[in-house]
Structure formats: C-alpha cells, structure tokens
Design a protein around this ligand. Structure first.
Ligand SMILES: [Zn+2]
Length: 458
C-alpha cells in the first residue's frame, strides 16, 4: 500500500485524491510516527527518568506469574501472559503444573488470533521486542521455546526486575499499590514508594468483616493497644493508622471500591453510622452497609487532607454501572482541602474527566495509568483533549502492571502514545516542539514531583 505524505501541516488533511481513503484508514498514525516532531519527542521522552504513580509489583518472593514447570518452579511465558491484562477479555490456555512448554504452546499459540489489534495484547509487544529481540506477532515455535527458557532464567534473579524497571524502562520512583497487604506493607524494592490502600476501611462496622490481617484495622488497633468498641474509637483507630502509614513513608491513599459498589458517596450523619456500627453482617441491610461506607469515605477524605495524603480513586472500567467519575463530583466539591487523583482517565469517560478537572482543577488530578493499555487510541485522544481542557500539570501516568515485562511494555506504550499525541499537536501548529516536550516531561515526571513533595526530598 502506497502511503500519502502530502499532508498540509496545519490541518493534517490528505491532499492526494485517490489515496484519501488509505490515508484516513491508518496512514495518519504512521505518518505521525514517521514525522520529525514525533521522533524528536519520542527520543526525549525515552530519556526522561519517569515517575510511575501506580503499579502492583509484589515483593520478588510473591510475584504472581510463577509456575511449576518440568524444569522447576519459576516465571515462564504462560505466567507472563496469565498475569497480564490479556486474559481480562481473551481465553488463555491454562498452564497445568509440571507440563512441558511445547504442550502449552501447541494450544496457546492460537489464543492471540482475535486479539492482534487489542491494546491488552499490544502493550506487551515492546517487552518481547526490546528485552528479548522477538517479534511476538511472527514468533516461530522454536523462538517461543527459547523465549520461554530465557524468561525462566531471567527470573532466577531479582536483579532482572531491578534492571528492567530502573534501566530499561527508565523509571526512578514507582508508587506501588499493595493490594495483597493493604495496611501493613513495607517497601520491598529500592524504587518503591508506599501507598496506603484504604479500600477495606469502610466495612469496619464489625471486626468479623475482615478475612486477612493485612486488611484489618482491628488487628492494627490490637497491636497498638487501642480500643475499638464504639464508632468514635474506630475513628480514632483510623486516625492513628493514617499517622502510622504517613510515618512509614506512604505518599498517598488509594481505593478500588469501584470494583465493588457505586462511586456515589452520600453525606451521612454520625447518628446513622452509629446505628450500623457494632452489628454483624447478618444484621446489616444493603442500605446500612452503603450508609456506613459512605460515612467512612467522607472521613477518609478529611484525614487525607489532615495528613496531606492525596487520594487515588479508581474510576471507570470496573463495576461499570457505578464507576463514572461524575458520581464523585459532590464529594470533591465538599472536600476542597483534599487532593483527589482520579484513576485510569475515567475510561471510557475521558470527556467527563476533562470537565471535572476543568471545574475543580485546584484539587483534582487525572492519572492516565492503565489507559493506553485499555485503548491506545482513546489514550491518545484523551491526552490531546485534556491539555485543551485544563492545565498540563494536572496529568499523571503509571504502568499499572505486576511484572517487569508488563511494566516495561506499558511504559514504552505510554511514552509512544504521548509522543504521538503531542507530535500531532505540533503538526497542527498548536504547539511548538519545545512546548510539546515540556508537557510530556511534566506528565512523565515533573507533575508527580510537584504533587508528592517527599519524592523531591529522597
Ligand atoms: Zn491498578
């Protein structure tokens, strides 16, 4: 296919008649990636020591993708894919403990056929290409077997993860959401910045609500010798927990309640919350539970302001009937001292996200973590629309992955997406190359330094 290169720089219009349709169908993105502005920006963005504001990288001993293979226990190709976003909406042949790579690959190699254009698939490709020299789209059976063995060998050493994150992905600091140990995490990696995950605190009307100790504020209270038999005492426990996490180095709060319930948090009186406190789950209606969670959410916002811990809130893709970020606007408007960071660009509600920040820019940021992995094109459009709608120092990014290859892939994908979004702004004459470069640097690094002052002190 012959591509059209005679585009007017101001309007990006294709001028060569017969090739018009071809240009419209995909030449545009490739033209951008061939442009000098794109290459200039991409080269510079690759050199930015990025600050990744959201990942789920566990300590080395607890990594999720590890499998029993016929040559011992370790990470393999099946584990990398299983612990990626690919299986979120594709069938992936399961790995059976002790099976041979050939047996798995014989089935699994067809699993990718319907997903070649999906961002959930494509974000992993830079990792295979850049870290292993393999084009996964055209991989042979022999190359796949070698790739599998190399992955296994790399993960014999913790240093592989360190090297990929700090050198290959060029990440300086990473905020890690410890959703496996929400209240008690200590940093396991030299680049790790603690996040205080408060998701479970709203169900604390009774100690029996908590299954694991790492999520249980009553376990914290017992250790500290604090009583927690009244609502007031429970609120004091939360305050002490905030103080402890802040002293431990936490940079912010995080909630993923959008996976469990609506993001509509109504103002609830203390009397109403007291009616629920102390009851067991059987004695509590769905309305009671929501009222108590809502009451606690407002207290968490107040404590976030008191302890100067910005609040990362998962919005968008989750329980989608209740995760539109617009549902948070009353909460945001009433808590002006709290810094809110709305996650994942609100995907797919990127326009709603834009107007929320345009109206509440003083205390709201958008984190584009995960967004290029959900949809590369939507992420590109979001970056372009957001910098039109609100100041560029309100945008953050994160890889939102749980192993080295996922982190590398999502980081490369984001740098490329940003360079492409901004190069199109340069081509349109809306930004100079230097202005575009400055915006990209802010998103990849400087905005996080401004929002999390402790990173500047480190
Ligand atoms: Zn996440």
């Amino acid at each position: 296919m012959e591509r059209c290169h005679s585009r007017s720089p101001r309007w990006g219009t294709c001028l060569c008649g017969t090739a018009l349709l071809l240009c419209a169908l995909g030449g545009a993105a490739q033209d951008t990636r061939d442009s000098r502005a794109y290459r200039y920006l991409k080269q510079h963005f690759d050199q930015v020591r990025a600050i990744d504001t959201h990942d789920h990288l566990r300590p080395f001993e607890l990594l999720g993708g590890v499998r029993e293979t016929d040559h011992g226990k370790g990470m393999n190709l099946a584990g990398l894919w299983a612990d990626s976003y690919f299986p979120w909406c594709n069938a992936l042949t399961p790995w059976k403990p002790g099976m041979s790579f050939e047996a798995w690959w014989g089935e699994a190699k067809d699993d990718f056929d319907n997903a070649r254009a999906m961002s959930f698939y494509q974000y992993m490709l830079p990792a295979f290409q850049d870290l292993y020299g393999v084009d996964f789209n055209r991989i042979s059976d022999a190359q796949a077997a070698t790739l599998d063995r190399r992955i296994f060998n790399h993960y014999q050493r913790r240093d592989w993860v360190l090297e990929v994150v700090t050198q290959r992905a060029n990440i300086e600091w990473m905020l890690i959401d410890p959703n496996w140990n929400r209240l008690g995490q200590t940093p396991a990696w030299p680049f790790e910045v603690l996040v205080f995950n408060v998701t479970t605190l709203g169900k604390g009307f009774h100690p029996s609500q908590f299954k694991s100790e790492g999520d249980n504020p009553y376990a914290f209270a017992a250790k500290q010798g604090l009583a927690a038999t009244t609502l007031d005492e429970y609120l004091t426990v939360l305050d002490k927990l905030f103080a402890e996490r802040k002293a431990a180095g936490a940079a912010c709060l995080k909630t993923t309640l959008a996976y469990e319930r609506t993001l509509q948090f109504d103002p609830v009186t203390r009397e109403r919350a007291e009616q629920v406190f102390g009851k067991t789950a059987e004695a509590v209606s769905a309305e009671d539970r929501k009222a108590f969670e809502d009451f606690i959410m407002w207290r968490l916002c107040e404590l976030g302001a008191k302890y100067e811990l910005p609040f990362q809130i998962h919005t968008g893709q989750a329980r989608i009937q209740g995760s539109n970020p617009m549902l948070l606007v009353d909460l945001i408007q009433a808590n002006r001292e709290t810094k809110f960071i709305l996650f994942h660009g609100g995907f797919p509600w990127i326009g709603e996200m834009g107007v929320i920040i345009q109206r509440h820019w003083k205390n709201v940021w958008v984190d584009s973590c995960w967004l290029p992995t959900l949809s590369y094109s939507m992420a590109k459009r979001a970056y372009q629309e957001w910098i039109e709608m609100f100041p560029a120092n309100r945008i953050l990014w994160g890889a939102d992955s749980s192993h080295a290859e996922g982190i590398y892939g999502a980081t490369a994908f984001t740098r490329q997406c940003l360079a492409e979004a901004l190069a199109e702004k340069v081509a349109a004459g809306d930004l100079s190359r230097e202005e575009a470069l400055s915006i990209g640097r802010k998103i990849l690094r400087e905005n996080a330094l401004e929002l999390f002052p402790q990173l500047r002190q480190e």
